[in-house]
Design a protein around this ligand. Sequence first.
Ligand code: AMP
Length: 618
Amino acid sequence: MLFSELAAYFDSIENISSRLEMSTILAEMLSKAEEKEIGMVIYLSQGALGPRHKALEVGIGEGLLEQGIAKATGYTKDEVAKLYKQMGDLGLVAEKLVEGRKQGSLFSEKLTIAKVFGNFVKIAQAGGKGSQDSKLGMFAELLNSASKVEARYIARVPLGNLRLGVGDPTLMDALALNYLDEFTENKKTRKAIEKGLKEKNEEKRKEEFRLRARQGLREVIEAKYNIFSDLGAIAEKLKAKGLRGLDEIDMMPGAPIRPTLAERLPSAEEIVKKLGKCAVETKYDGFRLAMHKNGNEVTIFSRQSENMTEMFPDLVEAVRKQIKARKAIFEGEALAYSEETQQYFPFQVTIQRKRKYDIAKKAEEFPLRLFAFDIMYLDGKNLMARPFRERRQILGKIIGKGEAIALTKSIETDSPEKINQFFLESIESGLEGIIAKDLNSPYIAGARKFAWIKLKRSYKGELSDSVDVTIIGYFKGRGKRTQFGLGGLLTAVYDRESDTFKSVAKIGTGMSEEMLSELESKLSKTSVKQRPSRVDSEIEPHIWVEPLYVIEVRADEITRSPMHTAGRDKGGTGYALRFPRMIKFREKRPEESTTVEEIIAMYRKQPSVQVEGTVAES
Ligand code: AMP
């Protein structure tokens, strides 16, 4: 497949907003790709050079990118920079400038996907003296041979975002579309789908059959993705062997598993009503890490599946020393701990351990402790289907002597009073609250299904829990905030059914000056001209951004609102956060934001709301 064909597909995807249409075009694009290139096609659509946990950074920042565009087109760097200021997107700048290329390309070849991908991999791997020049050379070589549309996407690759509005769920939908026939050839599968059909009319029945089959296959693919986060590799297997190829995919140390997510309930009574006797654990306020051990080799992943191994040499050592297993995948929450005061440091201190420099120094200053809470894999065995109680027992057995890794503090009970007491104890020791766990539940990768229920610290007069929202746009600063280029945020919650982000709050408070500049620098790189296709909002921010960043927000309450699209009913009234304040960035994927369903449930649980549809008193 030529890169020009791929770029043409990207171009049509960028210009549509219907999800169904988008997955149909993606499906066609994926069916055209050969086995050896389908992985590259998937990664490029995600703006990356590999799966998240292994992806190389291209390592060309904006400045170098401007230089590269100048080199390939014959314009000066200042001219490029000026145009960038006007257009706000280096992809569009490259597209415009290659058209008026001042220097004829010396030799231009038809770009293949392998050539483009290969050059970027080489650029990413280039290091040492003189590497800047060779990076520029390889980048300019691509632009030299590129048409306008090709140039737009080539220039966007180093920025890590092609601005297509394509998320993992849509890519999985597209893959499912391509293997529907094979999926429904299987008699058992066909019968199972037919059993659930409701439509009587034959045409409509066919349509319903297709829809259900698509959802069914998408779930099958997603179940694999949940335990092996590499869509490129999954697509390759499918291409090579059809659906049978999926059987070859299983969890293994070194390949991240998507994390279980916690639901929320407002009280210990409701938790007991839902789970009966359950495990209740301290909820530590640090960051979640998945530890993968394969012999002496240890890999650590964040909850976003990023490889964090380099950052935590103390925990790598601790795993080698304490974990009594050849191979294991387990999870825990890491916290900085003060030996002197025998207390946990607050989150603001723990977070300092997430750094690329001075790692050893900080590791000594703020050593981490890992509170382990689940295990998914042990010495070749997938443990995910085992009940939680059993997994915890296994986990307890493999943690050997040492200080750094320990089990989370936990009790088993069906008494709300005991839960409340445990909750208060954990708050008093400066921790966040509790998480109750269903003793019989399997490990549910990548989803929330009441296997875990959190109950967090409540503040008087405020919503008892914070919400995690995705930023979908921002407003330019006025007055004192002009200097930051950002004064407020437009944010959204996630609607699982439609895989879209629905607006729920405009946020203008809670941000320190530092946060404002960090927000501006992150968001300006992901700005887009139009509302992204996965975003549903009637409020127009000054600048739309790709839904990528998640922040934690506190609010006084949830109210009904005609302005916001979250949970809109037929009368056009949605839900909004009242007096929202930003707390911090969250290490979450946008699809892991609070959902519309949760917002509605939280609204109903508010003391002032008794009857569905009544407006909360302010
Ligand atoms: P939240 O991010 O507020 O939805 O809460 C879930 C997060 O709490 C998990 O992703 C973990 O990072 C963290 N956590 C802290 N303590 C525990 C625990 N004992 N069990 C599970 N998760 C925990």
